[in-house]
Design a binder for this molecule. Structure first.
Ligand SMILES: Cc1cc2nc3c(=O)[nH]c(=O)nc-3n(C[C@H](O)[C@H](O)[C@H](O)COP(=O)(O)OP(=O)(O)OC[C@H]3O[C@@H](n4cnc5c(N)ncnc54)[C@H](O)[C@@H]3O)c2cc1C
Length: 442
């Protein structure tokens, strides 16, 4: 297929999160007249850099790592720096509060070791399941054999004593940003395998290094580099493949013609756009079921700087408004803490008192001075947080995700190999879709 000369653009990219910005940058750099259409009044999608108490904070996607090759390459390419969230610096000075059936248990230093060992046992077969985590086909039979199993199913198979059982459960709920009963075991095992098969490696890969100037700085560098035409506040209503070109219709009724379109919409949002030919019904079904990420994230400014404690970590079950709370940054007279919960309906993220009460379940002396968050689950342009597949999804849906149809290419970061559901996966999906566009246009 060749580009048409009577179209407005060679390529239209729908959605301006990391997948869309990457696709638009690459297409433009490949010489195509590229238009990026974004519904919100900002780029970034499920990443969102803003300010709290003079700190740059992220209300969505935050942490990156050199184990995430696509995003780390971008960070290097544009010379961006990282800053550290207090990590596994010195377990002896960490304060870990675990809620076990309503009881608060404090774990210090070596007391975390049994939890670390329990997680090692829990994930004992992750190596075999995800022997090549960027090449799921390599171990398809093993993954399919496990696919119906939720993370919870796996937990109840083990005869773990308390408090290890509760702690492992809390980690699983936190990875899901939902519940361990919904997320598949394969998914949490994927996180474990990609990170490097240990709790410190998981903490490092998924919760330690953030871009110093925010995810917004990386997006800005990418747009500046590629210079695609960007239109914000332009939600797309329809996408139609007309055989030798595509027509993209905006909510305002404008019809824009192009040689091809790259769709980077979140999977839960996909059916809100009218496609012609119609979307694969399995994609509509999966979106209706929604992925497991239906929780919340809140950023808190808390009074005091914790004295000699290097980091606080609170772990609780999915029935609580917050199921994980940890120190994000320390200043002279205050800290930033981040909290995640399994159910977006359980907390008003902008209600300071509610948030403080939720955090005090772990640390009764915690004084929340300010807080903020974004309701990703009810935002019509995301309808969820990060994507984790539910039990049975690999077998049911995998073959349907990211299947291009004619001139309509699917570059969604929610799907794909490796770190799908992460910033890294979004960049991977966008860059691969841009490459496939060459086949359609060139
Ligand atoms: C709370 C939270 C914490 C997270 N933490 C991390 C983390 O620490 N590290 C990490 O790597 N990942 C994290 N993630 C996941 C990561 O942010 C996402 O996987 C990634 O940003 C998704 O990028 P994307 O481009 O695929 O999708 P999105 O960022 O969702 O982009 C899709 C875009 O499509 C737009 N859109 C929707 N509908 C329309 C329409 N009709 N017309 C036009 N545009 C439309 C949206 O506005 C959006 O900009 C987190 C996510 C959340 C929500």
């Amino acid at each position: 297929m060749k580009p048409k000369t009577d179209v407005d653009h060679d390529i239209i990219v729908v959605g301006g999160g990391f997948a869309g910005v990457t696709a638009a940058r690459d297409c433009r750099k490949n010489g195509w007249r590229t238009l990026l259409l974004e519904a919100r009044d900002r780029l970034g999608g499920r990443t969102y850099t803003t300010q709290l108490a003079g700190h740059k904070v992220e209300l969505g996607g935050t942490w990156i790592h050199w184990r995430q090759p696509f995003v780390w390459a971008e960070k290097e390419r544009y010379g961006l720096e990282v800053r550290e969230t207090p990590g596994n610096v010195d377990p002896a000075t960490e304060e870990v509060a675990l809620l076990v059936r309503g009881e608060r248990v404090l774990l210090r230093g070596q007391q975390m070791q049994p939890v670390v060992e329990a997680l090692n046992r829990y994930f004992a077969d992750a190596q075999a399941l995800w022997e090549r985590p960027f090449d799921a086909h390599h171990t398809w039979p093993r993954l399919f054999a496990r696919d119906g199993m939720s993370a919870w199913d796996r937990l109840v198979q083990m005869d773990l004593a308390e408090p290890q059982r509760s702690a492992v459960g809390c980690y699983l709920d936190a990875l899901a940003n939902g519940t361990s009963r919904e997320v598949s075991y394969n998914e949490v095992a994927r996180w474990w395998a990609l990170s490097g098969h240990s709790l410190p490696a998981l903490d490092d890969a998924c919760g330690r290094y953030a871009l110093k100037d925010g995810t917004a700085a990386l997006l800005e560098a990418m747009v500046k580099d590629g210079r695609p035409e960007v239109r914000l506040s332009t939600p797309v209503q329809g996408i139609s493949d007309e055989g030798d070109h595509v027509v993209v219709t905006t909510h305002a009724g404008e019809q824009i013609r192009a040689g091809s379109v790259i769709v980077t919409l979140p999977m839960n949002v996909l059916p809100s756009v009218e496609f012609s030919p119609a979307l694969d019904p399995m994609l509509v079904q999966a979106a209706g079921e929604r992925h497991a990420g239906r929780g919340l994230k809140v950023v808190m400014k808390t009074r005091g700087n914790l004295g000699g404690v290097s980091k606080r970590l609170g772990l609780g079950g999915p029935e609580l408004p917050l199921n994980i709370v940890f120190t994000y940054a320390k200043a002279d007279d205050h800290c930033l803490h981040v909290g995640f919960g399994s159910d977006a309906t359980k907390l008003d993220l902008n209600d300071r008192e509610q948030v403080q009460e939720a955090a005090r379940a772990f640390f009764p002396d915690m004084e929340v001075e300010e807080c903020m968050g974004h309701d990703w689950v009810n935002d019509p342009y995301s309808l969820g947080t990060w994507t984790n597949y539910k039990a049975g999804w690999l077998e049911k849906y995998h073959a349907h995700f990211q299947q291009d149809r004619g001139r309509i290419l699917f570059g969604q970061g929610d799907h794909g190999e490796g770190w799908r559901g992460f910033i890294d996966g979004a960049i991977a999906a966008g860059s691969k879709a841009a490459l496939r566009a060459e086949g359609v246009l060139g």
